[in-house]
Design a protein around this ligand. Structure first.
Ligand SMILES: C[S@@+](CC[C@H](N)C(=O)[O-])C[C@H]1O[C@@H](n2cnc3c(N)ncnc32)[C@H](O)[C@@H]1O
Length: 216
C-alpha cells in the first residue's frame, strides 16, 4: 500500500531516534559508505538531501572539522531530533533546515558536494526529478553528487519486494537498478561510480559529476 504524505509524517515523527540507533547497525553500514565516497574528492561545501536527523552530516564533519554542511529535510520532527543532537555534541558546522528538496533555497553553484542516504526512494517521482535537477543547479559544473539508496539485487529480489511492499512508498522501487543512474544522466550528470547492491548489502552507491553543459 502506498504511504500517504500524512503517513510519512507519522513515520518520521516516530523514526528519528530509532534511525539514530539503527543506522550504524545496517548491513554494509550505508552512512559510512556515503562518507567514504564523499571523501574520494575534495568535500568542500556540502548539502545533504533528506538529511533526517543529520546523522550522515555529523559523521562527515566528525572526520572533516573544516567542512560546513547543510542538511535539508521536510520533517520538522526529524530536524528537532537532529538539532538536539547537534547542540548536545556542540557541533556548530552542521545546519539543519526544513525544506523540500524539489525546490532548494540556494543560489546556483553554491555547493561542491551534494549527498543523500536513504532519501531519494522516499520522494515521489516528480519531486525526485526536480531534486536531481536542483542538485545540478546548486552544484554547478564539476560538482559531485554522492548517493547511497535502496536497490533490488536479483538474488534477494523476492525479499526486497516484500520489504518494499510492506514498508516503503510505492514509488520507492523506481530508484532500484538503473533508475537513479538514468535520472542523473538525463539531468546532466556523468556517472563516476555505480556500485549495485549485493546479497549482503541492500544499497547501491552512486557518485556522479555535473557536466559542463546543463539542460534547461
Ligand atoms: C528514510 S529517512 C532518511 C533520513 C536520513 N538520510 C538517514 O539516513 O538517517 C528519509 C527522509 O526523507 C525526508 N523527506 C521526504 N520527502 C522529502 C522532501 N520532499 N524534501 C526533503 N526531505 C524529505 C523525510 O522527512 C525523512 O527524514
Amino acid at each position: 500500500m502506498a504511504m500517504s504524505a500524512f503517513g510519512n509524517r507519522v513515520k518520521f515523527a516516530l523514526a528519528g531516534e530509532i534511525l539514530e540507533i539503527a543506522n550504524p547497525l545496517l548491513p554494509g553500514r550505508p552512512h559510512e559508505e556515503l562518507i567514504r565516497h564523499a571523501e574520494l574528492g575534495s568535500v568542500g561545501r556540502v548539502l545533504e538531501l533528506c538529511a533526517g536527523t543529520g546523522y550522515a552530516s555529523r559523521l562527515l564533519v566528525g572526520r572533516h572539522p573544516e567542512v560546513r554542511a547543510v542538511g535539508v529535510d521536510l520533517s520538522s520532527e526529524m530536524i528537532a531530533v537532529g538539532r538536539r543532537k547537534l547542540s548536545r555534541a556542540e557541533i556548530t558546522n552542521v545546519t539543519l533546515v526544513q525544506g523540500d528538496i524539489a525546490a532548494l533555497p540556494y543560489p546556483d553553484n553554491s555547493f561542491d558536494t551534494v549527498m543523500s542516504v536513504f532519501g531519494l526512494h522516499e520522494v515521489p517521482t516528480a519531486v525526485r526529478a526536480n531534486a536531481i535537477r536542483e542538485s545540478a543547479r546548486v552544484l554547478g559544473p564539476g560538482g559531485r553528487i554522492v548517493i547511497v539508496d535502496l536497490d533490488r539485487p536479483a538474488s534477494i529480489g523476492l525479499l526486497m519486494d516484500a520489504y518494499l511492499l510492506a514498508l516503503e512508498p510505492r514509488h520507492a522501487r523506481e530508484v532500484c537498478g538503473n533508475g537513479l543512474v538514468d535520472l542523473l544522466t538525463n539531468s546532466g550528470f556523468s556517472i563516476d561510480i555505480h556500485k549495485p547492491a549485493n546479497p549482503f548489502r541492500m544499497t547501491q552507491t552512486i557518485v556522479a559529476t555535473v557536466g559542463a553543459a546543463l539542460d534547461d
